[in-house]
Design a protein around this ligand. Structure first.
Ligand SMILES: Nc1ncnc2c1ncn2[C@@H]1O[C@H](COP(=O)(O)OP(=O)(O)OP(=O)(O)O)[C@@H](O)[C@H]1O
Length: 642
């Protein structure tokens, strides 16, 4: 029984491998559905024609050669001469048509490639943005597949678009190869045609195998490739120019870049050389042996007069044209290999993202009142550990945030403050426990609807290379920009005055790469982020979360901001995270977070009177401020110093 299972299993494996190969190629070809279909159809028709034209040329020139003896014998007015001229005209027309159609085919290749790439880019964005939380974007498998799926987009000869276009372009080469083998068969017998097809096919197989082996090595080297790309961009990017120069990191960066480059290219090169040496030689030697035998037999037949001159010329030309078609096909080969790579990356990405997709809701989502929370936001027994981590960052946190009031959260580095912000934004789901809005478990609320209730200033907020207006209006992108509100919140956040002092306005691009553009100081950027969150409040957000919103503001600016804080937040439920006790003291409620739990809680007065951790830290900071030092003990800079 065991003897029978082996061949059966290997047959099944072959069938599976073949199906995988064909299915993947078919799927890559079907990328064309997402692009310019008329261009793809025209390209297909053109490639069939271009694939047949060499055969037309070879038949015509063979007929021409065959007619030469008769034409020479019978003279210019003979039928043989006329047919020689006709054959010459057909060969010339075939050649000229090939020359004329090739650039049109190239242009259609670009149209198909670009149109497919544009759609695939949008689909990739949709896929990744559809992941509602952060866990997917921190998953190595997702990041890896995403990097592979995006790395070839918009390249001239690589990517899904080039893959789709290449699936059509290969039709030309296969048509040409098959027509050459057919011609050789017609001219000298089926066995001669089969010999030509066998040699060209074997060379083709070796070529594709070499590409597959290199591809596998390339995939294995993906990590080194990412390292190389990272260090290459780092060493040429403007963002790091200051630090690399000040710390003299230039040669260190250059060494790292070269090391990663070598790590990913050297193994590839070795594989390439190995397969080139062993297999190319084997394929070439067997090719020469087969083709040599076939040519010798055909030549002997011709010499014996068993083959006409036309048939002999046809065989020779068809064989000579077929063999190079077994070699590397350039654009079609690079494109189809890259298309397969992209297809694999997309499949991997979908699989990796699927594990992060929330299970389909079994119950209808709960609707929130537009003014929720009107009573409270409750964190109930909240526990959380980051995916892949053992450490419990939040460990049974119970906390009620009164609606319309400001709760400040303080705590040492790593206490879990920012993690709490992420959970409030549902960038992660709690490991246990829940967040309730007026008694409604927020996990039962539509995530987009909940986020519309929320406005957040993240510690690492985004600095868009857009105008001041667009940077602020990003707080509520769903509605047309409301200029009056933009100006109002820019004024409230203190950014308008700072810009006007420099002769700048809301239209100023916040990037030096644009004409009239500028960059802002750290504190000024922070004011933009505050303005953005206030803009969201104007558009219906009810919960405002500020994670270290004034860390880059100077003392005077910070004091001014908090003087108007209650007025600015207009009764929103506000969570303020800060290391600066001077800014949290005015909060209605202060919570000291320690290792993911509430350690102390109360008003500033109550906590000071209790003489606990808050009082100790407050006293420490106040003493440092009196000594002219900041919270970390360094001399306190002004905003303009930054
Ligand atoms: N994405 C992440 N994956 C794994 N662990 C993380 C991640 N982000 C933060 N942590 C860990 O979670 C803990 C809490 O981090 P968190 O950023 O919430 O602290 P924090 O109180 O905001 O600190 P800080 O005052 O320095 O901003 C830390 O131990 C941190 O190392």
């Amino acid at each position: 029984m065991g003897a029978g299972v082996g061949p059966e299993l290997s047959r099944v494996r072959w069938i599976q491998a073949w199906r995988r190969l064909v299915t993947a190629r078919w799927r890559v070809a079907r990328f064309t559905r997402h692009g310019n279909r008329p261009a793809a159809a025209a390209m297909l028709a053109l490639n069939v024609v271009l694939g047949l034209l060499p055969a037309v040329f070879i038949v015509a020139t063979s007929v021409l050669i065959g007619r030469v003896p008769a034409a020479v014998r019978d003279g210019l007015d003979s039928a043989a001469w006329d047919s020689l001229v006709t054959a010459f005209a057909v060969a010339g027309a075939a050649l000229l048509t090939m020359q004329a159609l090739s650039p049109v085919e190239q242009a259609l290749f670009s149209v198909v490639r670009q149109s497919v790439d544009a759609t695939m880019r949008d689909r990739l964005m949709e896929r990744t943005l559809a992941a509602s939380g952060m866990a997917a974007m921190e998953d190595q498998r997702v990041l890896d597949a995403l990097a592979r799926a995006t790395s070839d987009l918009d390249k001239e000869d690589e990517g899904p678009g080039a893959g789709a276009a290449a699936s059509i372009a290969v039709v030309r080469n296969w048509t040409a190869l098959l027509s050459m083998a057919t011609l050789a068969g017609v001219a000298a017998g089926w066995w001669a045609g089969a010999g030509v097809a066998l040699v060209a096919g074997a060379l083709r197989w070796r070529q594709r195998r070499q590409m597959r082996v290199a591809e596998a090595a390339f995939t294995a080297a993906a990590r080194d490739l990412r390292g190389w790309e990272y260090f290459r961009d780092l060493s040429t990017g403007a963002a790091v120019a200051k630090e690399t120069r000040v710390f003299g990191l230039t040669s260190w960066l250059a060494d790292r870049t070269s090391a990663f480059y070598a790590a990913y290219t050297v193994p590839l090169q070795r594989i390439y050389e190995d397969t080139q040496r062993r297999e190319a030689f084997a394929a070439l030697a067997s090719g020469i042996a087969i083709l040599g035998t076939v040519a010798a037999v055909v030549g002997a037949q011709a010499a014996a007069g068993a083959l006409s001159l036309t048939a002999f010329a046809l065989f020779l030309q068809a064989a000579a044209a077929a063999i190079p078609l077994g070699d590397f096909w350039g654009r079609p080969d690079i494109g189809s290999q890259s298309g397969l790579r992209h297809h694999r990356a997309i499949t991997d990405l979908d699989n990796a993202l699927a594990s992060h997709r929330a299970p389909a809701a079994t119950e209808p989502t709960t609707a929130l009142a537009p003014d929720a929370p009107s009573r409270s936001l409750d964190l109930v027994g909240l526990r959380f550990r980051y995916p892949g981590s053992e450490e419990l960052v939040l460990d049974g946190l119970d906390l009620t945030l009164q609606a319309g009031r400001t709760t400040a959260i303080v705590g040492v580095n790593g206490a879990g403050k920012t993690t709490l912000v992420k959970l409030l934004g549902r960038l992660y789901e709690p490991t246990a426990g829940r967040i309730e809005v007026d008694g409604v478990d927020v996990s039962t609320v539509d995530i987009a609807a909940w986020r519309r209730h929320l406005s957040v200033v993240f510690q690492d907020f985004l600095r868009y290379e857009l105008s001041v207006r667009e940077n602020i209006a990003a707080g509520f992108p769903k509605a047309p920009v409301d200029d009056a509100v933009v100006a109002q919140v820019a004024h409230e956040a203190g950014v308008l005055d700072a810009l006007r002092e420099r002769g700048l306005g809301l239209d100023t691009p916040l990037a030096r790469v644009y004409t009239g553009g500028t960059d802002l100081s750290g504190g000024q950027w922070q004011r933009i982020a505050i303005a953005r969150s206030l803009y969201a409040l104007h558009h219906g957000a009810r919960v405002l979360v500020l994670d270290e919103p004034t860390s880059a503001l100077d003392v005077r600016a910070e004091a001014q901001f908090f003087d108007r804080f209650v007025d600015l937040t207009r009764g929103a439920t506000t969570v303020l995270i800060s290391h600066r006790f001077s800014s949290v003291r005015r909060a209605d409620d202060i919570v000291v977070l320690d290792r993911g739990r509430v350690r102390e809680r109360g008003s500033h007065g109550a906590l000071m009177a209790a003489g606990g951790e808050y009082a100790r830290l407050f006293g420490l900071q106040a003493a440092r401020f009196r000594a002219g030092l900041d919270a970390e003990g360094a001399p306190r800079p002004t905003e303009e110093d930054r």
